[in-house]
Design a protein around this ligand. Structure first.
Ligand SMILES: [Zn+2]
Length: 410
C-alpha cells in the first residue's frame, strides 16, 4: 500500500478530514478499501454504525490507512485503481454481485463508451468503480473534454449529442478520436496529471505549427479537465457556509455569470527597492484559504520595475500549470491598468477577473467603465474580497521577510 499512512484504530481522530481513500486494515494488509469526501468522518462511521458487511471484518481491523487526494473525484479514481491492484478480501467478496461498475470502451473502428456491470467480449474495461452515481457524473464531465460515441452508428447529420459538443460528429478524424479515448482512459486510471501535461504539449505543438483549430480543441480539453477536478461530487456542507453562499450569489450577479464561483485566486506583486520582485498567489476555496495551493514566483523579467509586466509574467506562469486546478475568479491588486494587463494574458479563458484598488476599496470589472464601491456590496462579499486581498498581501510580505533575512545571512 504505497504512499499510505497508517494510524491505529484507537487514534481515528488523527485521520484527515479531507477527501481521499482509506483502508480498513489488519496491520498493513487492507481488508476493505473505500473513498470518502471526509476520511475521518467516513471511517468513524464504519465503527460507530457498522453495516452488515462491516460486521464481517470490523473486529479484525487494527489499523486504518489513508491517502489524501485533491478532490473526491480523484478519490473515486484512486479507489478503483487500488481495489484492482490490492484486491482487498472484503471488496472482492462483492465483486460478483453486480455491485460494481466498469467503464467499457469497445474495440470497434469508432469505439463506443458506456457503463456496465458485466465483463466479457471484445471490450476494454476500466474499473471497478464502487460508486455508480459518482462514476456516471465523472463520465459526463469527461465527455466534455473527450466527446465520444454511445451508439454503434451515427446518422450523416449531427445528432443531439453533437449539438452539446459531446459527440465526435458524423465525420470524425478516426486517429484523433482514438487519441482522445486514450486520454479518457488514462484519466479514469488516475493519470490525470500526465494527461494534462500531454495535452499542454499537444496544444503548444499545434499552435507552433499554426494548426489553430486543433490547438483550440486541446485548450478546451484542458479547461474541461480542470472542471472535472475542481468539481465536487458531493459538494461541501453548505449548511455551514451560509455567508459563503450569499457572497457566491452576489459575485455571480456582479460578474453576470451563472457559473458557481467557488475557487478564487488573488495576486500581489511586491519588490524590495526594485530588486527581488516576487509575484504571490493565494487561493480561497469556498471562502476559506487553501494554503496548499499558495505559490510564489520569483520574477524573471529584468530592467526597470514595471508592475504590469510583472503581473503578466506571474499570471502566465501560473496558467502554465494546468495541474493546479484553475480558479473561477482571479482578483488582482490595482486598478484599471492592472486589470487590462491581466486580461491580456487571460484572453479567452473562462476565468473571471476583477481588480481591487486599495485607496477607495473600488472593484474594477472588465467592460465596466466605473468601479463598484465595495461598501455597496453585502457584508459577506466585502469580507471575502478584502480577506482575499489582505491574505495575498500578507503572504507577499512574509516571503519578502524571508528573502531579506536570507540575503543578510548569506
Ligand atoms: Zn453526434
Amino acid at each position: 500500500m504505497e504512499k499510505f499512512k497508517f494510524v491505529s484504530k484507537e487514534k481515528l481522530k488523527e485521520l484527515p478530514k479531507g477527501a481521499g481513500v482509506y483502508a480498513l486494515a489488519k496491520g498493513k494488509t487492507p481488508l476493505y478499501l473505500g473513498k470518502a469526501a471526509n476520511i475521518q468522518e467516513r471511517v468513524k462511521n464504519h465503527f460507530a454504525q457498522p453495516t452488515h458487511r462491516d460486521y464481517l471484518f470490523i473486529k479484525e481491523v487494527t489499523h486504518v490507512g489513508y491517502r489524501e487526494t485533491d478532490s473526491d473525484i480523484e478519490a473515486l479514481l484512486l479507489e478503483s485503481q487500488l481495489i484492482k491492484e490490492n484486491l482487498p478480501r472484503y471488496n472482492v467478496m462483492w465483486k460478483d454481485d453486480k455491485g460494481y461498475f466498469y467503464v467499457a470502451i469497445t474495440k470497434e473502428k469508432l469505439p463506443r463508451v458506456f457503463l456496465t456491470h458485466q465483463l466479457g467480449g471484445e471490450i476494454r474495461y476500466i474499473g471497478p468503480f464502487v460508486d455508480g452515481k459518482a462514476i456516471k457524473q465523472v463520465l459526463r464531465l469527461l465527455r466534455r473534454a473527450f466527446p465520444y460515441y454511445t451508439a454503434k452508428t451515427h446518422s450523416p447529420k449531427p445528432c443531439s449529442w453533437c449539438h452539446l459538443n459531446l459527440c465526435p460528429g458524423p465525420n470524425p478524424d478516426t486517429k484523433a478520436y482514438k487519441k482522445d479515448l486514450a486520454k479518457l482512459t488514462a484519466v479514469l486510471q488516475g493519470k490525470r496529471i500526465s494527461v494534462l501535461k500531454k495535452t499542454r504539449r499537444d496544444m503548444e505543438e499545434a499552435s507552433k505549427n499554426q494548426r489553430y483549430e486543433e490547438a483550440a480543441k486541446f485548450r478546451n480539453q484542458l479547461w474541461a479537465l480542470e472542471r472535472v477536478v475542481s468539481h465536487s461530487l458531493v459538494g461541501p456542507s453548505y449548511s455551514q457556509l451560509g455567508p459563503t453562499k450569499e457572497s457566491t450569489r452576489e459575485l455571480q450577479k456582479i460578474f453576470g455569470t451563472k457559473k458557481k464561483i467557488s475557487k478564487v485566486e488573488a495576486y500581489d506583486i511586491s519588490n524590495i527597492q526594485g530588486k527581488e520582485a516576487t509575484g504571490s498567489l493565494v487561493v480561497f476555496i469556498e471562502g476559506r484559504p487553501a494554503k496548499e495551493w499558495y505559490r510564489k514566483f520569483k520574477i524573471h523579467i529584468t530592467g526597470k520595475p514595471n508592475d504590469f509586466a510583472m503581473l503578466q509574467e506571474t499570471i502566465s506562469r501560473r496558467l502554465n500549470h494546468p495541474e493546479w486546478p484553475y480558479p473561477d475568479l482571479m482578483i488582482i491588486d490595482g486598478g484599471k491598468p492592472q486589470l487590462s494587463a491581466a486580461m491580456s494574458v487571460l484572453k479567452k479563458s473562462p476565468i473571471l477577473v476583477g481588480a481591487i484598488a486599495k485607496q477607495h476599496n473600488e472593484l474594477f470589472l472588465p467592460g465596466q467603465p466605473k468601479p463598484i464601491l465595495l461598501k455597496t456590496l453585502s457584508q459577506p462579499t466585502q469580507n471575502l474580497i478584502l480577506h482575499v486581498r489582505d491574505e495575498a498581501h500578507r503572504f507577499a510580505i512574509s516571503y519578502h521577510r524571508h528573502l531579506r533575512s536570507k540575503a543578510v545571512f548569506e
